[in-house]
Design a protein. Structure first.
Length: 295
């Protein structure tokens, strides 16, 4: 079986490498060729375009930054969708909004392509270790057909429902991550403003029911001030924006999310776009420590 993989960023490159480690033959495409070099060194083939990649694969995975990138790769001038063989499986692991996944599902079905939305939860280290969680939207038979493939990259597969349900679950999860990180940063700012040390706050708060468990994994980044990227802040802001779009589409009110996503946008303008999303802590603290007004 020959696997196509489009999108070799922080997560995609590690996922593709795990497929190689399990003996799969890869054809890859990425706009920045340099990101493909480690995979090419291990025997992968580089395609000149998504279209050229589609001509040579049995299963296609996409792991791209946002809906526009997915749509361009699938339906653009050099898109893959009209060039895949009938009955080929397209697995989209990108974090996109549910209505977009459903749209891609319809476009795939029109060309007799089997579509699965399969966004993942997990950081770059978990992607490298093959310990991602896949949230799946699609037909049950298709999910079972790709299970062995997904288990090369992850250790948990949850079939949530039909098309768009995998991306729905991922959207809910990232809403909680984004708002939880921002709320923690704000609480830490208040605590330090009141004279509590950062260490005292960390030692007292982490592990309690009031603090999300993932925040313990961000302690080292915050204490060292090294926000090496596991999940970029700009993509967290993007996911929260897509949650806002989905809320509008479904008539749901998200007042906390809408305010928080704008704080992330301000942090992007403040130079944190490519940092790990935990850098929202530094953004919240920066103005306080510099004696300037909060946004």
């Amino acid at each position: 079986m020959k696997i196509g993989f489009i999108g070799l960023g922080i997560m995609g490159s590690r996922m593709a490498a795990n497929l190689q480690k399990h003996g799969y033959s890869l054809v890859v495409f990425n706009r920045t060729r340099g990101k493909a070099v480690p995979l090419l060194d291990q025997g992968a083939t580089l395609a000149d375009s998504p279209q050229k990649l589609a001509d040579n694969v049995d299963v296609l995975l996409t792991m791209l930054a946002h809906p526009a990138a997915v749509e361009e790769a699938a339906l653009g001038a050099n898109g893959f969708l009209s060039h895949l063989k009938s009955n080929t499986m397209w697995i989209d692991c990108s974090s996109v909004n549910p209505s977009f996944s459903k749209k891609m599902g319809r476009a795939a079905a029109a060309g007799q392509i089997r579509f699965i939305d399969a966004p993942v939860s997990g950081s770059a280290p978990l992607a490298a270790d093959g310990k991602l969680t896949f949230w799946i939207g699609g037909d049950a038979a298709d999910v079972e057909a790709i299970r062995p493939l997904l288990l090369c990259m992850g250790n948990k597969i949850v079939h949530v429902g039909g098309h768009g349900m995998g991306t729905s679950m991922k959207m809910v999860l990232n809403l909680l991550l984004g708002t939880g990180m921002a709320a923690f940063a704000e609480a830490m700012e208040l605590g330090q403003g009141l004279g509590l040390s950062q260490k005292m706050l960390f030692d007292s708060l982490l592990g309690t029911p009031t603090v999300a468990p993932f925040l313990a994994l961000k302690r080292e980044k915050i204490e060292s001030g090294n926000y090496e990227t596991e999940f970029p802040l700009r993509w967290m802001q993007k996911d929260m924006q897509l949650a806002s779009v989905s809320a509008h589409e479904t008539g749901v009110a998200l007042p906390v999310t809408n305010v928080t996503k704008e704080i992330y946008r301000l942090a992007m303008r403040g130079g944190h776009a490519t940092n790990d999303f935990s850098a929202i802590y530094e953004f919240a603290m920066g103005d306080h420590e510099n004696g300037t007004a909060q946004p």
